[in-house]
Design a protein around this ligand. Structure first.
Ligand code: ADP
Ligand code: MG
Length: 401
């Protein structure tokens, strides 16, 4: 995939109707926004469009409304908050592509901003329906995609408006940053290039490994996915997370690593307990064992101290580090040590550090390392597919530079 895409700065937006796909998928509770981070993150692109005289038609999905329009998923709350942040009115449409949206869009003046209702109120959105795509596109002259979190999905508002209606398409600042930082890391990384993988979605993430093994100098495995590798080495892993169907695949990956001259690091010790913490942040008795001595009735829940030192050393000597997935059950203070050690190593290093994955990003923020990481990706699934080397429809459809 070509990561060098045209951005809002590469086209003339003055007087043009610009359909801008944002990520306004904000968390809400009792009808109130509990974090406006994503709205704040969208401001630079919106402000650029406003300043340059575009007629700005914003759209986004929020949550997972299943049966058409539902007031509980209305973007009205987003319009209100955005209007405060922008310091100008944001006109809220009552629908996505209906009469209200169309007439508001038609009456928009240069520098004015409107917001369409939740794109998922339309069933055709997630089906990438050509008719819906054309209706959306008919309101605009230009498409700007700034929603990285949904860029791996071909939906009407993320790719259909270009695929079926041919709108000229560019990226906003958020997507531009994602693809420039991560694209460079994959295409032309400063070396040594180290990838650290962990987390619980074992089978999803195992697919990333094949691609990373063609790029990195060192691949570090921790978290829940490590135990399938340990099983592939012939160790018994007790009650630890295990994807038994992927053991052969892990064995293959170990052979590939050796063939490609990639150093593959697996935990040499692990922190175990006789049960998964319940509640997840509740007190828990743990002990540390070598990775080949996990008792049958115990479960591995974090990397051990020897492994922490090993991984931190590898991360510190890197020039580029990509990290996806916590090293252990970081939600529990007793089991967060491995994740903290890795986050600390990234924060201390001069390397270009890139963190992807919802929980890894949350861990960096909760643990207070976020401002010392070069780039925290805004897309969990999207960043993973990016690392897998897959083509992201919401990015592939944008004009090349
Ligand atoms: P991300 O969102 O960063 O992509 P995942 O969703 O794949 O990461 O995994 C995050 C989850 O993995 C966390 O909730 C964490 O508790 C869990 N986890 C990490 N290590 C283990 C382990 N050894 N056993 C069980 N769960 C684990
Ligand atoms: Mg997750």
């Amino acid at each position: 995939m070509n990561y060098n895409k045209k951005s809002v700065e590469d086209i003339d937006v003055a007087g043009k109707r610009v359909l801008c796909r944002c990520d306004f998928n904000v968390p809400t509770k009792d009808g109130k926004i509990t974090s406006d981070k994503r709205i704040v993150a969208a401001l630079p692109t919106i402000q650029y469009l406003v300043k340059h005289g575009a007629r700005v038609i914003l759209c986004s999905h929020m949550g997972k409304p299943k049966n058409g329009p539902d007031p509980a998923f209305s973007l009205q709350v987003v319009a209100e908050r955005l209007s405060e942040l922008l310091g100008q009115p944001v006109k809220m449409a009552k629908d996505v592509v209906g009469e209200s949206a169309q007439s508001l869009a038609a009456s928009l003046k240069d520098g004015e901003v409107m917001l369409l209702e939740n794109t998922r109120f339309e069933k055709g959105e997630t089906k990438n329906d050509p008719e819906l795509s054309k209706k959306l596109a008919s309101m605009a002259d230009i498409f700007v995609n700034d929603a990285f979190g949904t860029a791996h999905r071909a939906h009407a508002s993320t790719a259909g408006v270009v695929q079926y209606a041919g709108l000229p398409a560019v990226c906003g600042y958020l997507i531009q940053k994602e693809i420039s930082v991560m694209g460079k890391a994959l295409a032309d990384p400063e070396r040594p290039f180290v990838a650290i993988l962990g987390g619980a979605k074992v089978s999803d993430k195992l697919n990333v490994i094949a691609n990373l093994l063609t790029k990195v100098d060192t691949l570090i495995i921790g978290g829940g996915m490590a135990y399938t590798f340990l099983a592939a080495k012939g160790y018994s892993v007790g009650k630890s997370l295990l994807d038994s169907e992927k053991i052969d695949y892990c064995r293959e990956m170990m052979a590939t690593a050796e063939k490609n001259g990639v150093k593959l690091l697996l935990p040499v010790d692990t922190t175990v307990a006789d049960h998964f913490p319940d509640p997840i942040d509740g007190a828990i008795d743990v002990k540390v064992v070598d990775s080949d001595k996990i008792p049958d009735d115990m479960e591995g829940l974090d990397i051990g101290p020897k492994t922490m030192a090993l991984y931190a050393d590898a991360a510190k000597t890197a020039k580029t580090v990509v990290w996806n997935g916590p090293m252990g059950v970081f939600e529990n203070p007793t089991l967060a040590k491995g994740t903290i050690a890795v986050a600390q190593a990234l924060a201390d290093s001069d390397a270009i550090s890139i963190v992807g994955g919802g929980d890894s990003a949350a861990a960096c923020e909760q643990l207070g390392f976020a401002d010392r990481i070069t780039h925290i990706s805004t897309g969990g699934g999207a960043s993973l597919e990016f690392l897998e080397g897959k083509e992201l429809p919401g990015i592939a459809c944008l004009m090349d530079r």
